[in-house]
Write a protein that binds this ligand. Structure first.
Ligand code: GDP
Length: 587
């Protein structure tokens, strides 16, 4: 049998466009359309399904190609223009974590003061959120907001900036609750750990006890045959600082961290603020490529041209290399920590993408967000894949934790894995919620409640906190979710967003909106919500969706269409609409 030629077609096209892609005359297409009962003229648009009938008629096999979104075009543009091709070793980026008062801040100060980057010694130290030091002619970057909450907050936003974690433990105090929290955060991020046993100058300092305690949590010192370096330091008396830095370089070498300074820059925002005199400014950690003065950048939902750059000594720079933190001026709005920065040639495209992102973010806050549930976490898991459930476990007493962990372990079947990312006694804290958000975990709260800050962040980050006071109920829930036995549940899925650009009166007092699809797609068989100034004024069904005169099933973003909503005749220009449908959640 003759194999059919394959032809790629977009979701919508004009009759003429279809004729061109089939290399036949428009009149032949029109005839074929008439044969299948569709009346169309040369400039009319038809959808993919209609085009497919014609193409199949002509002996083709069709394939749907959805045109690139602006985001996709932007990434292709970046990749095409980024250049480079010769990655070189880059400086490691380090975050310091540990229990409160164990000396994180003091250690960061000591490192900064003992190892100033050559040639920068003159400048006055500026807090820009990160700094670089030089050891043995090589640089190390430190993020100077210590702590694991900030670390996981960035990670939850998709920004993995840290290469190495320094876990600070006071030698006289030993391992404390936040030491273990920090350990869990670093592990969840799969970042190598270097332990700094601090305050060894103190009477009562007991480094061996720290080693013993951390060993019990799986962090075995290298001199005990494990693979975690432990360094004894005194941040106060500046003892062991250079040893610590040498070890950091060693760990960096093992990780073979590389970047390509010949490329256009990519980076992440470490912090940002609005300066009353200079306008928005932000600290960028350059992750790859070289950031240059006058570069045009897209940062989250804003853009700008780099007007000035400063390092952590307030020295003016013309360029910033991989792993270098720099404060930049010239952005048009204040970005958020964790936003990605890209140097983009096509300014118009960058602006369009920024505007779309801003709209999406606005819509997301307007649409009622529904927390991620136990069941949703399984949704992506197919039959052939191992189902995984990550759990952060908080309980009233240590005894319950052991019992619950043991029981969860028993639940594990062949293709099911429950991982307890972190377990501790105490209320649900901000740290727990951050960790759960970054690890796609649920929180099991056994006989404990979240504090107000934790509750607020859980809501904002859509983290599911489940409360139990009977182990049996807890296990039952998890088991039922694992086995897919719970009652079906429906969940709302938003298909797209649009803006009303015009309003048309139709015969018999009907009304239609001229709609511009801003994100996703408009779908004929979905429900719509009409929003005016952020408030929902109608919720109902789509009664008609048209491109030009044709009824269509879908309209992609970037296109205009006519929209009718059943029993609704009150559109105004500037209204927003949301297309959505209900989907059954797989258990
Ligand atoms: P952080 O909460 O972890 O940032 O801890 P800080 O850096 O603020 O230190 C807490 C306290 O411990 C301060 O009073 C420091 O002066 C003190 N400290 C920090 N490092 C050392 C050290 O190496 N030796 C001694 N004796 N005290 C230290």
């Amino acid at each position: 049998m003759r194999t059919r030629r394959i032809i790629e077609l977009p979701p919508v096209m004009t009759v003429k466009e279809l004729a061109d892609s089939l290399s036949i005359s428009p009149s032949e297409v029109i005839s074929a359309l008439i044969r299948s009962g569709v009346m169309a003229t040369i400039n009319q648009t038809i959808d993919y399904d209609t085009a497919e009938i014609v193409a199949t008629d002509m002996g083709y096999q069709t394939r749907l190609v959805v045109p690139q979104t602006d985001e996709e075009r932007l990434i292709s543009e970046f990749e095409a223009n980024a250049g480079g091709g010769n990655p070189q070793p880059r400086a490691p980026v380090v975050t310091v974590m540990g229990h409160v008062d164990h000396g994180k801040t003091r250690l960061l100060d000591a490192i900064r003061q003992t190892n100033v980057v050559e040639g920068e010694a003159g400048g006055i130290t500026q807090h820009i959120g990160a700094y670089q030091v030089e050891v043995q002619g090589r640089k190390i970057t430190f993020l100077d907001t210590p702590g694991h909450e900030a670390f996981s907050a960035m990670r939850a936003r998709g920004a993995q900036v840290t290469d190495i974690v320094v876990l600070v433990v006071a030698a006289d105090d030993g391992v404390m609750p936040q030491t273990l929290e920090a350990l869990a955060h670093a592990r969840a991020a799969d970042v190598p750990i270097v332990v700094a046993i601090n305050k060894i100058d103190r009477e009562g300092a007991n480094p061996d006890r720290v080693k013993q305690q951390l060993s019990e949590h799986g962090l075995i010192p290298d001199d005990w045959g494990g693979d975690t370096p432990f360094i004894e330091v005194s941040a106060l008396q500046r003892i062991g600082i250079n040893d610590l830095l040498s070890i950091i370089l060693l760990v960096a070498d093992i990780r073979e961290l590389r970047a390509d300074s010949a490329r256009k820059a990519e980076g992440v925002i470490i912090e940002a603020r609005l300066d009353p005199n200079q306008g928005p400014n932000a600290t960028v950690l350059v992750q790859n490529g070289t950031l240059k003065l006058r570069d045009f950048v897209l940062v989250g939902a804003t853009v700008g041209r780099i007007r000035a750059m400063f390092d952590d000594k307030a020295q003016k720079l013309r360029k910033a290399e991989p792993s270098q933190p720099v404060r930049i001026h010239g952005l048009e709005a204040v970005p958020e920590a964790g936003d990605k920065l890209l140097v983009i040639e096509d300014e118009k495209l960058a602006r369009e993408v920024a505007a779309q992102r801003a709209r999406t973010a606005q819509m997301a806050t307007m649409a009622a967000s529904r927390p991620t549930t136990l069941d949703e976490l399984f949704k992506g898991a197919g039959a052939d894949r191992t189902k995984e459930l990550n759990v952060v476990l908080k309980a009233d007493v240590q005894g319950s934790i052991g019992a619950i962990e043991h029981a969860l372990g028993q639940l594990a079947e062949e293709n099911v894995k429950v991982t307890v990312v972190y377990a501790a006694a105490g209320p649900v804290s901000e740290s727990d919620v951050r960790l759960a958000a970054a690890s796609n975990a649920i929180i099991i709260a056994f006989n404990v409640r979240p504090d107000p800050a934790a509750r607020r962040i859980a809501e904002a980050e859509s983290v599911d906190i489940r409360y139990y006071n009977i182990i049996y109920n807890l296990l039952d829930d998890v088991r039922a979710a694992l086995a897919g036995m719970l009652e079906p549940e429906y969940q709302e899925v938003v298909d797209g967003y649009g803006e009303v650009r015009a309003v048309f009166r139709l015969p018999n007092r009907e009304q239609a909106a001229g709609l511009y699809v801003t994100d996703g797609k408009a779908v004929r068989n979905s429900r719509v919500r009409v929003l005016r100034n952020g408030a929902v004024i109608h919720d109902g069904e789509v009664s008609s969706l048209r491109r030009f005169k044709d009824d269509v099933r879908e309209v992609q973003s970037g296109y205009e269409c006519g929209l009718g909503v059943a029993h609704f005749h009150d559109f105004e220009e500037g209204d927003n609409v949301e297309f959505y449908h209900q989907e059954q959640v797989r258990r």
